[in-house]
Design a protein around this ligand. Structure first.
Ligand SMILES: [Zn+2]
Length: 264
């Protein structure tokens, strides 16, 4: 089985004490590729450096998360754009979006940098990683109005909205990424999405160190747990985990424009 974790935060402090060991564990597992996602300028640079250290196994997405919007700057956005344009390991702009659940940055500041980063992504034509929490309709409307849908490849990461909105996103060509939440006991919505989304539009992620799947819920998540997400989605759809793993692996390669050859 080969698995693709489309959303990791391996540069998070949570891994400081055992990052090298974890990277060796990932290399020895079925997880062949991770996309390391930046949440601010420093973590974006760190993600690009991690991609350099583990070429072919780690790629990076760079951008400013809505939580960190309050500390972002025009200068940093220029350098983010530069990374997307020139760094061979950087495959997407993200994660960007709106988070009205935590409101760690004022909403108008979130909106400003979301739109500014969408404009840059549109100009560059790069894949985009979207974070949306408790802001589903506004995020959808902003994406639609920005002109990136149908032009850029767009991933809604850790999708938590309704199955109906997932359908609307798919109509506009977006991909939906699911993680540990599908395994949670009361996961009615993510399970409905996992069942109904076309396989061509589905991707898998851990969002580690967050969102660890059952039976590790509440613990530090890591990419090797993504197998549990694939197994749960397979169970919900009544197919083999192998089929989900392989289809989502190929979807992710296409989405990020990565060429991959199996080492035999
Ligand atoms: Zn994330």
């Amino acid at each position: 089985m080969r698995l693709f974790d489309t959303h990791t935060h391996l540069c998070d402090r949570a891994f400081d004490k055992f990052r090298d060991r974890l990277m060796a564990q990932i290399a020895a597992s079925d997880v062949k590729i991770c996309v390391e996602v930046g949440w601010d300028f420093a973590s974006s640079q760190a993600g690009a450096a991690l991609a350099e250290k583990y070429p072919g196994m780690v790629y990076a997405a760079v951008g400013c998360h809505p939580h960190d919007a309050k500390d972002f700057s025009e200068k940093q956005l220029e350098r983010i754009a530069e990374l997307v344009k020139t760094h061979p390991g950087v495959v997407a702009l993200g994660e960007i979006g709106l988070d009205f659940y935590r409101d760690n940055s004022p909403r108008d500041v979130q909106r400003y940098w979301f739109s500014a980063q969408l404009a840059v992504a549109k100009e560059l034509g790069c894949p985009i990683v979207i974070h949306s929490r408790d802001a589903d309709q506004e995020c959808f409307d902003t994406l639609k109005a920005s002109g990136v849908m149908g032009k850029n490849r767009v991933q809604i990461h850790c999708y938590s909205g309704s199955a109906e909105m997932a359908k609307e996103y798919v109509k506009l060509g977006a991909n939906i990424s699911l993680g540990g939440a599908v395994t949670f006991k009361n996961a009615r919505r993510p399970v409905e999405v996992a069942r109904s989304i076309p396989l061509e539009n589905l991707m898998l992620e851990t969002d580690c160190p967050y969102m660890a799947p059952v039976p590790y819920r509440g613990k530090i998540n890591n990419p090797t747990y993504i197998r549990l997400v694939a197994e749960k989605i397979a169970q919900v759809r009544g197919v083999d985990a192998e089929e989900i793993a392989e289809a989502t692996f190929r979807n992710a390669l296409d989405f990020f424009g990565i060429e991959y050859e199996d080492k035999v």
